[in-house]
Write a protein that binds this ligand. Structure first.
Ligand SMILES: CC(C)(COP(=O)(O)OP(=O)(O)OC[C@H]1O[C@@H](n2cnc3c(N)ncnc32)[C@H](O)[C@@H]1OP(=O)(O)O)[C@@H](O)C(=O)NCCC(=O)NCCS
Length: 169
């Protein structure tokens, strides 16, 4: 009889998660974005976690969820305000198991609960397919500069469904 894969679970971010979240962020950039960004661009992007304490403070200041597999953190996502996905990162060793979808589902529900009608996200080129599959639409192309490197991304948005009155969130 085949063994079923462990199911991901979600919990809120705690300050003690800072190092593991920074490590997931760096590993995801290094191993999952190389088809679309140069090594110099990846290094500049990942440098946002060089100051771990600051990186952790930012996650704590947003609505950040941790995804776990068998109690180990394997991904995280942050909602900034009511209507912007600021971060969505899954460890390369855990991709393709529905972790990203579970995190994104949760942020969409939380954004709706905060009153958002439209959710936006600045999507890196490697993640466009993921968001397209979830019903996000490309709105504009952006170029951002980080540590002297220029990186392109695309602002995408999704219109959130109205929750039925009395329906569970
Ligand atoms: C994008 C990312 C979060 C996806 O995480 P994941 O856990 O692998 O996603 P899931 O397993 O939940 O995939 C959900 C669906 O999207 C698809 N998908 C996921 N990543 C994809 C990709 N890079 N290209 C095409 N399809 C992708 C899956 O095949 C799956 O499709 P299905 O529902 O038809 O089976 C992850 O690859 C990642 O962390 N990437 C690097 C960091 C990054 O760019 N983050 C986004 C910043 S905006």
């Amino acid at each position: 009889m085949g063994q079923s894969l462990p199911k991901p679970a979600l919990r809120p971010f705690l300050a003690a998660d800072t190092s593991v979240v920074a490590a997931i962020f760096v590993a995801a950039i290094q191993e999952l974005t190389g088809d679309d960004y140069s090594e110099a661009q990846q290094e500049a992007w990942a440098s946002a976690a060089d100051d771990e304490e600051q990186f952790g403070k930012k996650r704590a200041g947003e609505l950040t969820l941790i995804a776990t597999l068998q109690n180990s953190p394997v991904g995280f996502a942050s909602l900034k305000g009511a209507d912007h996905i600021e971060m969505l990162f899954v460890h390369p060793g855990a991709v393709g198991q529905g972790v990203g979808a579970m995190l994104c589902d949760a942020l969409e529900k939380l954004a709706g609960a905060r009153g958002a009608k439209i959710l936006t996200v600045d999507v890196s080129d490697n993640a466009q397919e993921f968001f397209l599959k979830r019903g996000y639409v490309a709105m504009q192309r952006n170029t951002v500069t980080i540590n002297g490197e220029w990186l392109a991304n695309t602002t995408m948005q999704k219109t959130l469904a109205e929750a039925a009155p009395g329906a569970p969130q």
